[in-house]
Design a protein around this ligand. Structure first.
Ligand code: GLU
Length: 361
């Protein structure tokens, strides 16, 4: 692949609590993916959703990452910073013709939608989009009156050739999502005025030149949405602050849409290189629920207080990532040589952690 030596990875933790083993496993995977190939690694604190932020959690995360031997380049980027907020506002400007106001409450949407599949997605039934298309003056009247509303980005129609988004995931293989059927018009600015998570991740990754994205498999469907948002932003004239560098920046994202590869002629918009994705199996607790930051016994504070060594945690996570055949202690740097996704690709069932198991740190 063109320009892979100039690629950039990132840690993107949400500072909603102390990291647990599942978070460390994701951070280690992202770090190895970037560092094993000599890439830059950036740190972004995903604090856009202010109500979820726990004060001080960012400092503890950085301290834990350093203690674990996982380093990054430059200072952390905070989504809540004035600089980032003005970039998100600029991005929304670029999306002007692709969004519409939505006045529905969560309850309205729940009542009108099919049940979601556990990754938090509720496919919006398009109620306000129809009003916007049929009675735009009613909608602008409500906006002028100050009625509370979010902004949603429009998905292509089912019959459009770009309705399906595809990407080749390093762990889960070829993925294809039908945007109108499996994603639906999605919130890019919330009714409380905060920028939507799905928008800011795309803007940040574009601005930071990130093209190596490693995260949990619960975000597979979000990836399809983020690829679409990215295309809409670039089509709307969005200029990244730091596009993915080198030759890679001139490569069009050929794999994005299943049926219509984008033209490469001079008239067509040239986009920054399509990121590479690796989604990871989820880590569940002993009763099959995804580990949450409130699960104190496996959080970094508890582990460090119990005297657990960083090598034990890294070795355990390396085993979860199928980089080692057993959870023997090792340093992160020991895993760089020969790092590959093959073991995980061959065994990508969700993992179950049992704190009673003597191997669990
Ligand atoms: N902030 C997200 C999390 O902590 C990660 C999002 C991403 O990697 O894109 O789960």
């Amino acid at each position: 692949r063109v320009g892979s030596e100039s690629m950039t990875g990132r840690f993107a933790p949400t500072p909603s609590g102390r990291m647990h083993v599942g978070n460390v496993y994701a951070m280690l995977a992202a770090w190895l993916s970037a560092r094993a190939r000599g890439r830059r690694m950036l740190l972004r604190i995903e604090d856009v959703d202010k109500p979820r932020v726990l004060p001080g959690a960012d400092r503890l995360m950085m301290d834990d990452l350093t203690w674990l031997g996982l380093d990054w380049n430059g200072g952390p980027v905070y989504q809540s910073s004035a600089e980032r907020q003005s970039r998100y506002a600029y991005a929304l400007e670029c999306l002007r013709s692709a969004v519409y106001p939505c006045f529905c409450s969560r309850a309205d949407i729940r009542a009108a939608s099919a049940p979601n599949e556990g990754d938090g997605f509720t496919i919006y039934p398009g109620t306000c989009r129809h009003v916007f298309e049929e009675n735009p003056e009613t909608v602008s009247g409500r906006v002028t009156r100050g009625d509370r509303h979010s902004l949603r980005i429009v998905m292509p129609d089912v019959s459009d050739s770009n309705a399906a988004v595809c990407f080749d995931d390093a762990v889960f293989g070829w993925q294809s999502f039908n945007l109108p059927r499996e994603v639906g018009d999605s919130v890019v600015r919330r009714a409380d005025g905060l920028f939507g998570y799905q928008l800011v991740v795309v803007v940040d990754d574009l601005d930071m030149g990130v093209d190596d994205i490693v995260r949990g498999r619960d975000l597979l469907r979000s990836t399809a949405l983020q690829i679409w948002i990215r295309q809409c932003l670039l089509a709307g004239g969005f200029v990244p602050e730091r596009p993915a560098s080198g030759d890679a920046a001139c490569e069009t994202s050929r794999e994005t849409f299943c049926e219509t590869p984008r033209e490469t002629d001079a008239g067509a918009a040239v986009s920054p290189v399509q990121p590479q994705y690796a989604h990871l199996p989820l880590i569940n607790n002993a009763v099959g629920r995804r580990l949450a930051k409130r699960e104190r016994s496996l959080d970094m504070g508890a582990l460090r207080a119990r005297g657990v060594r960083p090598e034990q945690i890294i070795g355990y996570c390396a085993w979860l990532l199928r980089l080692r055949s057993s959870p023997v202690p090792c340093r992160a740097a020991d895993l760089l040589d020969g790092f590959s996704w093959t073991g995980l690709r061959n065994d990508h069932a969700d993992r179950e952690l049992n704190p009673a198991d003597p191997n669990t740190p």
